[in-house]
Design a protein around this ligand. Structure first.
Ligand code: AMP
Length: 217
């Protein structure tokens, strides 16, 4: 039996992780599991979890490792994740990385992908980013849907994410440097890290990622 493809994707907020994750998930036929999307759905539904994380998220802070453990354990335990998955947004702290290693033992993570994009580029990208409240499509200022506030795919309202303001973005980037970037060394030491330049045509970046995964799995 082919071993399950368990991919992680790292990159600063605004590095294009979401876009590339959807493409990779479709290419390999595995679910794209975004902890940010799961938490936003919990907030939108008004669930207990949503109420607990709402203000942390809008400030750009990190939800506690303990709370995240339950979220990730339950989601990775679902049937569609048995044959592999692409995890986006987790782990984000050393504690989360250790927890995930334990959860996936003995085989562990197949590969950790790092989409490399500089700070200044992502601050500009994120503060221009707009998202459809109904279907989740993302746009940038300058595109008709973002400028008009109406989604060209579904007609929903196109707004700025609460945590995409410059203050919240800077906070998230500094947490990324402090907490998440050091995890890259953890996967590199295990020979399971692939870094790809995240600036350029999204199609070319997807081709590079797929080549790296096929070579490294
Ligand atoms: P993202 O869409 O990945 O940028 O996540 C949006 C927000 O959700 C983050 O700024 C955090 O507040 C929260 N979040 C998502 N994933 C995690 C995680 N693994 N650990 C802690 N907080 C998280």
């Amino acid at each position: 039996m082919v071993s399950p493809l368990r991919l992680l994707i790292f990159g600063r907020q605004g590095s294009g992780k979401g876009t590339q994750s959807s493409r990779l998930a479709a290419h390999y036929g595995i679910p794209h599991i975004s902890t940010g999307d799961m938490l936003r759905a919990a907030v939108a539904s008004g669930s207990d979890l949503g109420l607990q994380v709402q203000s942390i998220m809008s400030d750009g802070g990190l939800v506690s490792d303990e709370l995240m453990e339950g979220v990730v354990r339950d989601r990775l335990g679902e049937d569609d994740a048995a044959a592999g998955f692409l995890l986006d947004g987790y782990p984000r702290t050393p504690g989360q990385a250790a927890y995930l290693e334990g959860l996936l033992a003995p085989a562990g993570v197949t590969l950790a992908l790092n989409l490399d994009v500089d700070n200044d580029v992502v601050v500009d990208r994120i503060t221009r980013r707009r998202v459809c409240e109904s279907c989740g499509s993302t746009y940038a200022l300058g595109e008709p849907a973002a400028d008009s506030g109406t989604c060209t795919k579904c007609g929903g309202s196109v707004v700025q994410r609460e945590d995409d303001t410059e203050v919240a973005v800077r906070k998230r980037l500094s947490l990324y440097e402090d907490q998440t970037a050091p995890l890259l060394a953890f996967f590199e030491e295990k020979g399971r890290l692939v870094t790809v330049d995240g600036v350029g045509d999204p199609d070319d970046i997807a081709v590079s990622l797929i080549a790296a995964i096929d070579a490294g799995r």
